[in-house]
Design a protein around this ligand. Structure first.
Ligand code: OGA
Ligand code: ZN
Ligand code: ZN
Length: 367
């Protein structure tokens, strides 16, 4: 041990370099760790700036630590140390897709999703990996979309409610509620945290047109980064404002169209031409922004990336709204009725459900 550093070797050849603060912070004795709440009950700030300790390996191979100062004692099982002293799990690899997805749209059966953990797990994995899946065979009940959503977790309650109708109406407060085309977009970009998952339940689709459009924002941003790195960078740096206003709400958010996480992975696409407030910037910046934004939209809509599909009654189109862009073609309501109902969930509900389901299949207890 040197200073705050403890080097440990294990009989299986593993070696760990442990920081004393890390070790003290991980004490799982009943005073430091509330085992029912599964939360740390110990106050890190109660420690002095420099830690000291006497360590010894017990006959059973555990690490026993006697902390100087307060005399606290901790015991660390070798297996626990090897399991916990490692970098966080990398984010699961998402599968970028292009126009070829049209021939193999990920699909799960409604009955499987509603009545089995396997079906639910399959659906959640598709949403995680492909960012898109159709749940087929949902009954045409008005509240069904939220029931299906609740298989994953809590459904958003927000303006204009838990579920909203997507069909033409005389007083639309969104282009979605008209017969007009909807360009490729992500939903609710005027929220600081737009919902991570969108469900669109098709109750009836008898209009001759009005096909759905989807494009993988992950593939599109990879393609744009390769073809025009400078334009791609503009979209990651330049915030633009999105607004959604109606007589009773006024949501606004300023953010870049492409957001990346600290590990360089695409975190979120926020894109919705009808809701963008064209930014007034110095001319050169405006020029760059429009070139970049138009290049992004052109890539999303080009034939290598765009998938056109027809929703049928009973289909629930589910989307990763932080990744996949969606839209629809115009339609003529006099050719037949078209009615979808939609709800949202946070991404956390999906990732939480995936962990719970994985725990069930491994018979694992929470960490
Ligand atoms: C929406 C939407 C698509 C459609 O309501 O967010 O994009 O097919 N609707 O009407
Ligand atoms: Zn303790
Ligand atoms: Zn939409």
């Amino acid at each position: 041990m040197t200073g705050d550093r403890l080097d440990l070797g294990f009989s299986n050849g593993s070696a760990l370099e442990l920081h004393l603060f890390w070790l003290r912070d991980n004490c799982r004795c009943p005073a430091c760790w509330h085992s029912i709440a599964r939360e740390r009950a110990f106050d890190l700030m109660s420690l002095p700036p420099e830690l000291g300790a006497d360590v010894e390996i017990t006959a059973g191979g555990a690490l026993a630590v006697a902390w100087s100062g307060d005399g606290h004692r901790s015991l660390f099982d070798a297996r626990w140390l090897l399991e916990h002293a490692r970098a966080p799990e990398p984010r699961p690899r998402r599968r970028p897709w292009g126009a070829d997805l049209a021939d193999r749209i990920p699909t799960v059966a409604y009955d499987a999703v509603m009545h089995s953990d396997e079906g639910l797990h399959a659906w959640c994995r598709l949403l995680r990996d492909d960012g898109i899946a159709i749940v087929r065979g949902a009954p045409p009940e008005p509240m069904e979309v939220a029931r299906v959503g609740r298989r994953i977790g809590f459904v958003w309650t927000h303006y204009p409610g838990e579920i909203h109708d997507v069909r033409p109406r005389p007083d639309p407060d969104s282009l979605a509620y008209t017969r007009l085309p909807l360009p490729l977009h992500t939903d609710l970009p005027a929220r600081i945290s737009p919902p991570g998952v969108q469900l669109l339940h098709c109750l009836i689709n008898d209009a001759t047109e009005g096909d759905s459009l989807v494009s993988d924002g992950l593939s599109v941003s990879i393609a744009l980064r390769e073809s025009s790195p400078d334009l791609h960078r503009v979209l990651t740096e330049q915030p633009v404002e999105f607004r959604f206003a109606s007589p009773t709400v006024d949501y606004r958010c300023e953010a870049p169209i492409l957001e990346y996480d600290a590990g360089g992975e695409l975190h979120r696409v926020r894109c919705n031409s009808p809701l963008i407030v064209p930014p007034y910037l110095p001319w050169e910046r405006t020029d760059l922004l429009y070139r970049a934004y138009r290049a992004f939209l052109a890539t999303a809509a080009d034939r290598r990336h765009l998938v056109q599909l027809r929703l049928r009654a009973g289909d629930i189109l589910s989307l990763d709204n932080h990744r996949v862009l969606h839209g629809r073609n115009a339609f003529d309501p006099s050719s037949g009725a078209r009615h979808l109902r939609s709800c949202y969930l946070d991404h956390d509900e999906l990732t939480c459900r995936l962990r719970i389901l994985a725990r069930g299949s491994r018979q694992e207890t929470p960490a």
